[in-house]
Design a protein around this ligand. Structure first.
Ligand SMILES: [Zn+2]
Length: 195
C-alpha cells in the first residue's frame, strides 16, 4: 500500500536522504487488519522520479504492521504511484502538447531538461486519463463541487482538456495527495492500491 504525503522538502532532499517523512501510522491502514498498533520502521526502497531538471533515485520510507506483516510506503506527493514522472511534469506536458497540438514539440523542447520524457510517455498519459475518465470524475466530485460541472462535457477529448485546464491552477502535489487519500487510487491509474 502506498500513502501520499505533502512535503515542503525539495525532491533533492529525498535523494540525499534528508527529506522528511510522516511519523509511523498509529494503526494499520490495511482495511481487513486495521489493528490499533503503531507501525514500525521497515527501511526504505528506492525509486526513480523524473521532473524538470531532476532525474534521480529517491528513498521512500516504509512502515510495517507487526500484526499482519504488510507494509505501507510513504510517497512524497510530487510523485505519482507507479509512474516515473512527477505529477507536475505529467500535467504540464499534456497541456503544452495540447496548446501546440504537438506531442513531438514537447518531447523535443524538453529533451534537455527531461531526457526521460518521450512522445510515447505523453501519449500513454493522455490515453490513461481518457480511459480513467469515469473514475477520475468520481474522485473530482469528492474533492470539490466546482469539478462536478465537468461531468456534463460530452466528448472525452474536451473533457480531458477541461480537466487539465482546471487542475493546472491547483497545487498539483496537493491535488495528487488529496485525490489519492479520498479514492485510494492514483488519478493516473485504475490500479487499486490495496495490495
Ligand atoms: Zn496490519
Amino acid at each position: 500500500m502506498q500513502f501520499l504525503f505533502n512535503t515542503t522538502d525539495a525532491p533533492q532532499a529525498y535523494a540525499d536522504g534528508t527529506g522528511h517523512f510522516p511519523e509511523a501510522p498509529e494503526r494499520c491502514p490495511h482495511k481487513d487488519c486495521h489493528k490499533p498498533v503503531k507501525m514500525r520502521k521497515h527501511g526504505f526502497y528506492e525509486r526513480y522520479v523524473s521532473i524538470r531538471g531532476f532525474h534521480e533515485k529517491i528513498r521512500i520510507r516504509r512502515y510495517r504492521c507487526a500484526v499482519c506483516g504488510r507494509t505501507v510506503s510513504m510517497l512524497p506527493s510530487f510523485c505519482v504511484p507507479y509512474l516515473l514522472h512527477g505529477v507536475e511534469l505529467i500535467i504540464q506536458s499534456l497541456l503544452l502538447a495540447a496548446e501546440h497540438k504537438s506531442v513531438r514539440y514537447v518531447a523535443t523542447r524538453w529533451a534537455e531538461r527531461v531526457g526521460s520524457l518521450t512522445r510515447r510517455h505523453i501519449y500513454h498519459y493522455r490515453k490513461g486519463i481518457i480511459r480513467n475518465r469515469a473514475q477520475i470524475q468520481l474522485g473530482l466530485n469528492l474533492i470539490s463541487p466546482e469539478f462536478v460541472e465537468l461531468k456534463q462535457i460530452a466528448g472525452d477529448s474536451d473533457w480531458t482538456q477541461s480537466f487539465l485546464e482546471t487542475v493546472r491552477h491547483l497545487n498539483l502535489p496537493k491535488f495528487n495527495e488529496k485525490y489519492h487519500a479520498l479514492t485510494n487510487t492514483s488519478f493516473m491509474s485504475s490500479h487499486n492500491n490495496v495490495a
